[in-house]
Design a protein around this ligand. Sequence first.
Ligand SMILES: *[C@@H]1O[C@H](CO)[C@@H](O)[C@H](O)[C@H]1NC(C)=O
Ligand SMILES: *[C@@H]1O[C@H](CO)[C@@H](O)[C@H](O)[C@H]1NC(C)=O
Ligand SMILES: *[C@@H]1O[C@H](CO)[C@@H](O)[C@H](O)[C@H]1NC(C)=O
Ligand SMILES: *[C@@H]1O[C@H](CO)[C@@H](O)[C@H](O)[C@H]1NC(C)=O
Ligand SMILES: *[C@@H]1O[C@H](CO)[C@@H](O)[C@H](O)[C@H]1NC(C)=O
Ligand SMILES: *[C@@H]1O[C@H](CO)[C@@H](O)[C@H](O)[C@H]1NC(C)=O
Ligand SMILES: *[C@@H]1O[C@H](CO)[C@@H](O)[C@H](O)[C@H]1NC(C)=O
Ligand SMILES: *[C@@H]1O[C@H](CO)[C@@H](O)[C@H](O)[C@H]1NC(C)=O
Ligand SMILES: *[C@@H]1O[C@H](CO)[C@@H](O)[C@H](O)[C@H]1NC(C)=O
Ligand SMILES: *[C@@H]1O[C@H](CO)[C@@H](O)[C@H](O)[C@H]1NC(C)=O
Ligand SMILES: *[C@@H]1O[C@H](CO)[C@@H](O)[C@H](O)[C@H]1NC(C)=O
Ligand SMILES: *[C@@H]1O[C@H](CO)[C@@H](O)[C@H](O)[C@H]1NC(C)=O
Length: 424
Amino acid sequence: MKFTAALTAFSAAGVIAEISASNTTRDVNPFAGKNYFANSFYAAELNQTVNAFLAKNDTLNAARARTVQKTGTFVWVTSVSGLSIINTTIAEARAEQRKTRKRQIVELVLYNLPDRDCSAGQSAGEFSSINDGLALYKKKFVDPYAALLKNARDLSFAVILEPDSLGNVITNQNVPFCANATPVYEAGIAYAIAKLQASNIALYLDAAHGGWLGWDGNLPLEFAKVIALAANATNATVPYRSGNSTRPLNGTRPLNYTRPAPSIRGFATDVSNYNPYIANPRANYTQWSNSYDELHYAESLAPFLTNLSLPAHFIIDQGRSGLQNTRGSWGDWCNVEAGFGIRPTTQTNSSLVDSIVWAKPGGESDGACGVTVSGEVAPNAGTWWEAYTEMLVKNADPPLPPTYVGNGTVVKRNARRSLSRLLL
Ligand SMILES: *[C@@H]1O[C@H](CO)[C@@H](O)[C@H](O)[C@H]1NC(C)=O
Ligand SMILES: *[C@@H]1O[C@H](CO)[C@@H](O)[C@H](O)[C@H]1NC(C)=O
Ligand SMILES: *[C@@H]1O[C@H](CO)[C@@H](O)[C@H](O)[C@H]1NC(C)=O
Ligand SMILES: *[C@@H]1O[C@H](CO)[C@@H](O)[C@H](O)[C@H]1NC(C)=O
Ligand SMILES: *[C@@H]1O[C@H](CO)[C@@H](O)[C@H](O)[C@H]1NC(C)=O
Ligand SMILES: *[C@@H]1O[C@H](CO)[C@@H](O)[C@H](O)[C@H]1NC(C)=O
Ligand SMILES: *[C@@H]1O[C@H](CO)[C@@H](O)[C@H](O)[C@H]1NC(C)=O
Ligand SMILES: *[C@@H]1O[C@H](CO)[C@@H](O)[C@H](O)[C@H]1NC(C)=O
Ligand SMILES: *[C@@H]1O[C@H](CO)[C@@H](O)[C@H](O)[C@H]1NC(C)=O
Ligand SMILES: *[C@@H]1O[C@H](CO)[C@@H](O)[C@H](O)[C@H]1NC(C)=O
Ligand SMILES: *[C@@H]1O[C@H](CO)[C@@H](O)[C@H](O)[C@H]1NC(C)=O
Ligand SMILES: *[C@@H]1O[C@H](CO)[C@@H](O)[C@H](O)[C@H]1NC(C)=O
């Protein structure tokens, strides 16, 4: 499939350089053999949770919260001013890579479309389509975003593109704001795909989740449309050289040069939602759907994607899917009673699924809605909610193994090894 081909990149001067003539059957899971980098921003938020448990003398749950601090999660980059977190994250991931000599995969969400969150309205962004938002999104957000990642060739990146956006395009055309935003969403995502082509970047387009779009074959058609637009956007990002020379000049390509089609690695599902990877038992409200859990959703989408020459690879968010069957209806998306879920792994038991991931940093509110915890109601979207986080730790399934520090009982690996040798 052409979508897994290695791609063209530009040198610093902008001269076209073909990285590889591309073995078109290349199909490598970008997560395989890498460490899921755990960023300090989320770890710092979780320090509140560690300290809150310690204050209650709950050393076990404090130690479990420390395990969450070491778990790789996605960094959400959601505004122009937020781009600086990419710099910080790159610097920290490099340090970790040097220290551990283990290749790091840095996980990022790109989330800043004009007219963002057009249906729920909890996460409106900084750009508006009626205010030149698309041009600003491209120039002020996507261009620098792509440049930062392309300048960090020593790291690998997995990037989730624009959660919820194409799901809204498919199901919310009856919402005028979404209908108006549709061409802007499509052009914006296509541009981001075109700009983020590099061999160290794996792109995953958001594919909603089984409860939202599990029954709708229109979604793969929408994906195919956006990727065709991305091919056009790719062509537009580098002008042809004027005249009829076949030699590239800086920032141009020769007349007869054919750029490879832009590619994505696959699709991200269940981002910020609560569906289980494998339902046990299956929730009653899923009765009418083949996509009653996220593995079945991936399996339902795969043949449609393959038919459209789209890559049937998935990453699936299980960050808050640890406690099943707490919802009254599948449509509940906001601060559901939950626990941390399956931790990030490539052991997915499915060739379709590259990795289980934690995309939504558990503890950051979905919006001012949902459950009440210890008498507290939810704060606004993105705001840390400490009581909710403590609930996620306690309800984690599988349970989080504790990470104890500083009380002198930690057995060093070497010590343990020599101890077991003594016992033998
Ligand atoms: C591409 O890779 C496959 C599997 O590694 C190999 O069998 C095939 O010969 C390669 N094709 C080319 C053109 O290099
Ligand atoms: C969390 O707290 C510990 C102990 O106070 C501190 O050493 C560490 O730097 C903090 N982590 C972050 C990411 O701020
Ligand atoms: C925690 O333990 C300490 C020492 O045993 C004790 O002084 C303190 O009151 C306890 N705090 C709580 C909240 O139980
Ligand atoms: C990131 O760092 C580079 C230099 O390392 C700097 O030029 C750039 O402005 C920084 N970008 C952001 C968004 O902070
Ligand atoms: C891409 O551009 C070509 C030439 O401008 C145009 O004919 C085609 O419709 C465009 N494709 C899409 C998907 O917009
Ligand atoms: C193309 O190149 C030829 C030979 O170098 C030259 O005569 C001709 O004018 C060029 N045509 C254009 C449109 O530049
Ligand atoms: C190409 O870029 C390099 C570096 O910026 C510059 O030195 C050179 O003059 C440029 N060449 C042309 C033909 O523009
Ligand atoms: C472009 O055309 C020239 C002259 O026909 C040919 O030598 C060259 O190989 C072509 N380049 C590509 C990338 O097709
Ligand atoms: C992009 O440009 C190449 C020629 O360089 C052309 O073959 C291809 O059809 C163009 N793609 C689109 C989608 O317009
Ligand atoms: C489904 O409904 C039945 C009958 O009301 C109930 O016994 C069962 O517990 C429900 N299953 C789940 C997973 O909620
Ligand atoms: C895929 O294409 C084949 C052959 O055209 C067709 O038989 C099959 O129904 C298609 N499957 C889906 C899921 O569209
Ligand atoms: C120290 O660690 C052990 C486990 O190794 C744990 O059982 C104990 O509760 C910890 N004590 C404190 C004070 O954290």
